[in-house]
Each structure stands twice: as structure tokens, then as C-alpha cells.
Design a protein around this ligand. Structure first.
Ligand code: DC
Length: 230
């Protein structure tokens, strides 16, 4: 007899370093399982970009905190957020506790009451499993080697028509890894109970299948739905 999906909202926390494939993975999981998807990095990118657009410095805490407090969360799919400058600015504003605090409740509310009556949410970021949703039943820490991540980000930027050089992408990612991992608040690190998914040798499809296995193991009420998706 097949089990019915859990009536409890399912939260899937997908964390990891830049360009590890967590966004693609979280989006696919959300689509397949009927969950809402939130790219929490877009929140930090939007704050960083708002500071830049106002002529400010993303390393200036009062400016970053003011931008976070008045953030328009309805514009998170703006393509300008994908630009390397927005990622760089995001990584700077994300180090400030006041910015993180201002964005926390929005993310928690999204997980608790996902939009459009969805039965749960897949949220990707750096601290979803450790800080935003520490009780999420499914936590996946997606990682990949630095060279592989730089190669993917380079290809992505090229495909979007951005004029970039590989060495610059590599050093920008390395600097961002350093900043995201060493900051005092909510640093990038796997939650103790996260499943580690190394995608260095996996394409998007293989990573998706491996993630479905993790969901089935950790959220038994969702097993039959996972089986239908497979
Ligand atoms: O995932 P991304 O590249 O869009 O994230 C941009 C920056 O935002 C990243 O360098 C660190 C920060 N960030 C964060 O501190 N916490 C999150 N939950 C998501 C992103």
C-alpha cells in the first residue's frame, strides 16, 4: 500500500558554496515535489545591488542594513541580480548581522507558510540548515571542487553573454568562499545533520537523483511521491 504524502510542510534546506549547483538542484526538487522554491542568495544579491545602485559601498553596514530593511522581495527574479558585481556585493552585505537579521523572518515565513498553498519549500543558500530552518527534516549540503565550480560559473556567464575571463571567475569564487566561510555570523558550513552531496563528478540529472534518494530517506512520508517522480 502506498503512503500518502506527509500533511506537514516539508522543508528542504539546500546549502553550499557558490556555483556548486544548489540553485538548480533546489529548483528541480521544488518542481518535482510541488514545493515552493526560494533562492535566498537573491535576497542578499538584491540588498547588495540596492546599495550599489544608490551609489553606496556594500562594505558600509548602515547602508546595507537600510537596504535590507526596505527590500522589495517581489523583484527577486531580476536578471541584474545574476551579475558578478551583485554576487560580490551580496557576499559583503551578507557578513553584517543586521542584514542577516532583517532577512531572517522573510525566509522563515516562506518555509512555514509557503506561497500558493504549496506543501512545503526548497530553500537554497548558505545557512538554511544551520540558522534559518535548523529543524528542516531534509538538509543537503551541495559541494564541488573549486575548479569545477569556476568552470560551471564561467560557462553560465558566457552563455548569458557576459564578457568574462576564467581566471577572474576562479579568483572571485575563491575570495567569496573565503568570505562566506570565515564570517562570524552564520558562516558557510554543513549542518551536523546534513547529507553531503559532492557534485564534482555528477551532472545536474545525477545530482537530482541522488538528492531524491536523500529526500526519501529523510522524509519517509514523501517516499511514494519521490517514487512517482523517479
Ligand atoms: O548563492 P549566491 O551566489 O546567489 O549568494 C550570493 C551571496 O549571498 C553569497 O556569497 C553569500 C550570501 N548568502 C548568504 O550569506 N546566505 C545565504 N543564505 C545565501 C547567500
Amino acid at each position: 500500500m502506498s503512503e500518502t504524502p506527509s500533511p506537514l510542510p516539508l522543508t528542504i534546506a539546500v546549502d553550499g558554496p557558490a556555483a556548486a549547483g544548489k540553485g538548480t538542484l533546489a529548483r528541480r526538487l521544488a518542481e518535482a515535489l510541488g514545493l515552493a522554491h526560494l533562492d535566498s542568495g537573491a535576497l542578499y544579491r538584491a540588498v547588495g545591488l540596492a546599495v550599489l545602485n544608490a551609489g553606496g559601498d556594500p562594505s558600509d553596514e548602515p547602508a546595507a542594513a537600510a537596504a535590507a530593511a526596505s527590500l522589495d522581495t517581489g523583484r527577486l527574479s531580476d536578471p541584474a541580480l545574476r551579475a558578478p558585481e551583485a554576487g560580490e556585493a551580496a557576499s559583503r552585505v551578507a557578513a553584517f548581522p543586521s542584514v542577516r537579521e532583517a532577512l531572517l523572518e522573510f525566509q522563515r515565513r516562506f518555509a512555514r507558510t509557503p506561497p500558493d498553498g504549496r506543501r512545503g519549500a526548497a530553500i537554497d543558500g548558505r545557512d538554511i540548515g544551520t540558522v534559518v530552518c535548523p529543524d528542516a527534516p531534509v538538509k543537503i549540503f551541495v559541494t564541488a571542487g573549486l575548479d569545477e565550480r569556476a568552470r560551471r560559473r564561467f560557462a553560465e556567464l558566457q552563455a548569458a553573454g557576459t564578457d568574462v575571463i576564467y581566471a577572474a571567475v576562479l579568483s572571485e569564487l575563491e575570495a567569496r568562499d573565503g568570505r562566506d566561510s570565515s564570517r562570524a555570523v552564520a558562516p558557510l558550513k554543513p549542518a551536523e545533520d546534513a547529507a553531503i552531496l559532492d557534485t564534482s563528478r555528477l551532472d545536474a540529472e545525477a545530482a537530482f537523483r541522488a538528492a531524491l534518494d536523500i529526500v526519501a530517506q529523510r522524509a519517509p512520508g514523501w517516499r511514494s511521491l519521490v517514487q512517482d517522480v523517479r
